[in-house]
Every structure is written in C-alpha cells, then in structure tokens.
Design a protein around this ligand. Structure first.
Ligand code: PNS
Length: 173
C-alpha cells in the first residue's frame, strides 16, 4: 500500500526527546519515521536537568549532523507543552520509540494526556532489538565512569561525548 493510500501523504510527525546525547537507538527511530512520514521534526526539549551533559543547542548541532542523510528531517528546539509545539508546527502525529514494557506504562499515559489535550495521536514504534537496552542516561553514566560508549553513538557524537567527559573530569579534578 502506498503512503498516499495509507493517508500519510504530506503528514508531519514529531520525534520529541531530550537527546542528551542522541544515540543510535534514537537515530533508528528517526530514520524509520522518515520513511513513514513526509517530514519528521526532531524536537529537542530545552528543560535542562542538573546532570545534563550537553546544552540544548549542542544537542541540536549533533542531531543536525547525524540526520543529514534524511532530507525530510528537521531539528528544532522546543520548550513548554509538546502539544503546543505540534499545533504551531502543523504536526499530525507524535512518534515514540518503545524499548520495553516499562516504557509503555508512562508513554501510554502521556499519549492519552496529549490526545485529550489536543486530539493529536501518538504512534509507538518498537526500538530495534539491537538498541533496546541503550538510553542517553545510561550512556552518560557509563561514559562518565570511564566506559566505552562509542558503539552506541554516531561517530561525531561519540567524539564530542568523550571530549565533554574529559572536560568535566578536568573541571571537577
Ligand atoms: O527523552 P525524554 O527525556 O524521554 O523526552 C521526554 C519529552 C521531552 C518527550 C517529554 O518530557 C515531553 O513531551 N515534554 C514536554 C512537556 C509536556 O508536554 N508535558 C506533558 C506530557 S503529557
């Protein structure tokens, strides 16, 4: 069945997240979304947590570089409610990757809240088995404690992560 027949023609989807940093698991979801939708907007949340490794603008830079192979993918910062971002950018669906059943509990709650707030639907996409145990928070923890995280990250993100961890270690002594 063609994209037009499925009713997805001209449709814009959002892949929201913190992306601190973007992992190969995120990129797999973004790439597969880019095949299903005409435009995918990768929305980088600007809420800074205390243990953030990268500033929001740095995360955007890394995503822009990593998403270069897919012409239908845009990267933007967002703050506030995701549904308001979706309304402002003419977005028809939210795409969320699901790694395991425990992801589903919280994601379902958010999907239903977002649906109630704005009518927007969420599409759940199973994460590739290869990346099912990978998360940005685990990557940050492993990298900070001296482990090798290169295998979970696109090359330029791996290099910037190693550099940032070195910087942080030098700052904190
Ligand atoms: O990568 P993360 O940290 O799982 O991303 C979470 C994010 C940014 C997608 C989520 O926290 C979010 O949608 N934040 C926007 C604020 C919002 O709309 N909250 C209500 C959700 S029902």
């Amino acid at each position: 069945m063609s994209t037009e027949q499925r009713g997805l023609s001209g449709r814009r989807a959002v892949c929201p997240g913190s992306f601190d940093p973007v992992t190969s698991g995120h990129l797999d979801i973004i790439e597969r979304s880019a095949y299903l939708f005409d435009t995918v907007v990768v929305a980088v949340g600007t809420n800074m947590s205390k243990n953030a490794l990268f500033a929001p603008q740095e995360r955007v830079e890394m995503l822009v570089e990593a998403c270069r192979p897919w012409p239908g993918v845009e990267v933007r910062l967002f703050s506030g409610l995701l549904v308001e971002f979706c309304a402002a950018h003419d977005i028809a669906a939210i795409v969320k990757g699901l790694r395991f059943v425990s992801d589903f509990d919280y994601e379902l709650q958010m999907a239903q809240m977002n649906k109630q707030l704005s009518g927007i639907d969420t599409v759940f996409m199973p994460t590739a088995a290869q990346w099912s145990y990978v998360s940005s928070s685990l990557v940050r923890e492993v990298a900070t404690l001296g482990g090798d995280v290169d295998q979970f990250l696109p090359p330029q993100v791996a290099a910037r992560t190693a550099e940032r961890v070195r910087q942080r270690a030098a700052e904190t002594g």
